[in-house]
Write a protein of this length. Structure first.
Ligand code: ZN
Length: 274
């Protein structure tokens, strides 16, 4: 399987990735061996724990509590459906998210006041290369293709763009909140910088954070770099737009590094001939 055909098969609790991508992160030799021998590795979304490998018919446990793990059957069904049907990905249901928002004291009024919408996770994402930290970058197919084209075009102009982050799950965003809360930040302080879990554009697989070597990730100083000037002038050609310019209506801090891919607007209808 060519690397550019790799994908992440998503389900509510568990994600399946090409096992070879998980291998460098395996904590034990036995896990690394199992991951080397199977096409799929299954990972718990809430904390990234390796659960099992899957070869299309058999699960091989990487975790002794596998029998009690919720969401495995759904993950297997998702892999099987993805392999047999292909077709475009669909949005996963949002059930379960509200419970997590309740734990943060957030209700529907957050969406109303921020003007942000709930963003479902897609059922499948494409491998779009590696990010700055050598982690796989996952995006929906058209955004992955546009990102690779844009990165190549920038390089031809002597500009190096690197990905800092692409798709992130609801669970991942919740983890950001939990870590910051544990460090003593309030929910309101965190919301000035991070969208609430479920409301980040990163959940949909079309948004990414972009950086350039030598520049700290996700800092406003990015706007002074040649890479940012190139993006400001050229990103639109590839379908990318900055989501949070200065003084945006969502009350989100200016984010010159955050870009989202949008499908091309349909060509304006030609005026009726007279
Ligand atoms: Zn972002």
């Amino acid at each position: 399987m060519h690397a550019l055909d790799w994908h992440l098969v998503n389900s509510p609790h568990v994600e399946a990735l090409p096992a070879r991508l998980l291998r460098p992160r395996a904590r034990a030799n036995a896990d690394a061996r199992a991951l080397a021998q199977a096409p799929w590795g299954l990972r718990r979304k809430s904390d990234g724990r390796f659960l099992a490998t899957y070869d299309g018919c058999r699960l091989h446990a990487l975790w002794h509590g596998l029998a009690r793990e919720p969401g495995l059957a759904e993950a297997i069904a998702a892999i099987d459906a993805s392999c047999t049907h292909g077709g475009p990905p669909w949005p996963l249901p949002l059930a379960g998210l509200q419970e997590r928002l309740d734990t943060l004291g957030l209700d529907a009024s957050y969406g109303e006041t921020s003007g942000l919408a709930l963003v479902p996770e897609p059922s499948r994402l494409e491998f779009a290369g590696y990010d700055r930290y050598r982690r796989p970058l996952w995006l929906l197919e058209p955004a992955a293709r546009a990102w690779r084209r844009m990165q190549r075009a920038a390089r031809a102009d002597d500009i190096v763009l690197d990905a800092i982050s692409g798709y992130r799950s609801h669970d991942y965003q919740l983890g950001i909140f939990e870590r910051k809360l544990a460090r003593g930040q309030s929910v309101q302080e965190i919301l000035a910088v991070n969208a609430a879990p479920g409301y980040s554009e990163h959940h949909g697989g079309l948004a990414m954070d972009i950086g350039t070597p030598g520049e700290a990730p996700a800092e406003e100083s990015f706007e002074a770099t040649p890479a940012f000037h190139w993006l400001r002038d050229q990103a639109g050609r590839f379908g990318f737009r900055m989501s949070y310019p200065r003084d945006n209506p969502h009350g989100i801090t200016y984010e010159p590094w955050h870009w989202c891919w949008h499908p091309a607007a349909p060509a304006a209808a030609s005026p009726a001939s007279v």
